[in-house]
Design a protein around this ligand. Structure first.
Ligand code: HEC
Length: 152
């Protein structure tokens, strides 16, 4: 039997253009150099408390022993030995974690969790207070292990 294939209409007649504030709420990407980082701040001590409540169930009490990817340590691909940019840690946690409630963390909570994970990986000290400028200035141990496609 032959099936006829009709061309799609030009308009389907549903939906509406996205409003600017709707686009803004989803356009949350942070660049490696820190562009896009929001206001706020946090430190590792505060982050450890949040981590214990919202992350440890899957990633383990110290970030090494959970059922989900290892976040801390020198073996395997962890934040400390594999991630080239500290700003990505913030971006990733804010958009994707905790896995069961992404988008639920405040910016201060994300700064604190980022500080905790960077400190647990010995990239910053436990006392470092992170905000947008300080986070953008953190140089990751794995930074030089990656080569940009464009040779830069
Ligand atoms: C319900 C389980 C669960 C919870 C709770 C959870 N995570 Fe995750 N997390 C995962 C899984 C699974 C992945 C891997 C996701 C993937 O690869 O797509 C992941 C990945 C990550 C990664 C990237 C690891 C890598 O190297 O690729 C980070 C960072 C992270 N989680 C941080 C957190 C933080 C911080 C919290 C607490 C706010 C948290 N997670 C809570 C399950 C969880």
């Amino acid at each position: 039997m032959l099936l006829s294939c009709r061309r799609a209409p030009e308009r389907f007649g549903f939906g509406r253009p996205a409003a600017a504030h709707e686009i803004d709420s989803m356009a949350i990407a942070i660049r490696p150099d820190g562009r896009g980082l929001p206001r706020g701040s946090g430190d590792a001590v505060t982050g450890q408390v949040i981590y214990a409540a919202k992350c440890a169930a899957c990633h383990g009490v110290t970030g090494r022993e959970g059922s989900s990817p290892r976040l801390v340590g020198d073996t395997g691909k962890t934040i400390g030995n594999y991630w080239p940019y500290a700003t990505t840690v913030f971006d990733y946690i804010r958009r994707a974690m905790p896995l069961n409630a992404p988008g639920s963390l405040s910016n201060d909570e994300v700064y604190s969790l980022t500080a905790y994970l960077l400190s647990a990986n010995r990239v910053i000290t436990e006392k470092t207070m992170l905000d947008s400028a300080r986070l953008a200035a953190v140089r990751m141990p794995a930074r030089n292990l990656f080569v940009n496609d464009r040779g830069r």
